[in-house]
Design a protein around this ligand. Structure first.
Ligand code: NAD
Length: 256
């Protein structure tokens, strides 16, 4: 379905981003990976799906590096047809204790990076009259949790950016939508499980069960594969007129 198209997924060396990149690759899209840590492993996983894959190591907190990445992607594959703004970090503390540099980093990586990548991707998408901007927000784009001020602010912000981008392009073939996962067991969440286990003297299993019980009625993690299939749907012809939605896959979290 996506043969000949190019998808750039930020923060795709791990977790949800890698899951989305692989789901789009299974549909035939060539992939531009981005993110820190091991690159060869994720690159090989995507290449094994039979598409072209390349990597750019832009730090998503730095607008000049984002610009460089977008130019690199266009030089490699002609144009970015599908932009998935996924890179994100977390930090947990009360507002009055929240380190200022963590606030700035979360706003830069989880919110401003999506603005920069989107503004740089839109001209070519509009010229082609086809494009998909998919923002990985969170259930925290819809509801709040204590101790996550920067994250919740950034995620509510990206849901707003999603709606504005969708409206500005509503008469074109370019759509913009957000995905709002509940808990997904990635390194980002394992750190929160570890913190609970340490604070309460729990095993990993106890801490995991408590984490789910507190917020997620299904008591199940959403998987990167499931989120990848939602991204595929947004890219399908059936998604042509889905514009500006914030779609939860959260086990009922926000329904409460
Ligand atoms: P993860 O830690 O597994 O992956 C994060 C990715 O972002 C990695 O590839 C990392 O290298 C990259 N990254 C971090 N800082 C970066 C930077 N400055 N520049 C470039 N890349 C950077 O986390 P994840 O859980 O897969 O999170 C992905 C997205 O999903 C985030 O936006 C997160 O907020 C969102 N999300 C996660 C959950 C969850 O439960 N895991 C729930 C809702 C939303």
């Amino acid at each position: 379905m996506l043969q000949g198209k190019t998808a750039l997924v930020t923060g795709s060396t791990s977790g949800i981003g890698l899951g989305i990149a692989k789901a789009l690759a299974r549909q035939g899209a060539n992939i531009v990976l981005n993110g820190f840590g091991d690159v060869d492993g994720p690159k090989a996983e995507v290449a094994a799906l039979g598409v072209k894959v390349t990597y750019h190591g832009a730090d998503m907190s730095k607008p000049a590096e984002i610009e460089d990445m977008m130019k690199f992607a266009a030089a490699q594959f002609g144009r970015v047809d599908i932009l998935v703004n996924n890179a994100g970090i977390q930090h947990v503390a009360n507002v009055e204790d929240f380190p200022v540099e963590k606030w700035d980093a979360i706003i830069a990586i989880n919110l401003s990076s999506a603005f920069h990548a989107t503004r740089l991707a839109l001209p070519a998408m509009k010229a082609a009259n086809w494009g998909r901007v998919i923002n990985v927000a969170s259930v925290h784009g819809l509801v709040a949790s204590a101790q996550k001020s920067a994250y919740v602010a950034a995620k509510h912000g990206i849901v707003g950016l999603t709606k504005v981008t969708a409206l500005e392009n509503a008469t074109t073939g370019v759509t913009c939508n957000a995905i709002c996962p509940g808990w997904v067991l990635t390194p980002l969440v394992q750190k929160q499980v570890d913190a609970r286990a340490a604070a309460n003297n729990w095993t990993n299993e106890q801490a995991t069960t408590e984490l789910l019980r507190e917020k997620e009625p299904s008591l199940q993690f959403t998987t990167p594969e499931e989120l990848g299939e939602l991204a595929v749907f947004f890219c399908s012809p059936a998604g042509n007129n889905v514009r500006g939605v914030a779609w939860n896959m959260d086990g009922g979290w926000a329904a409460q």
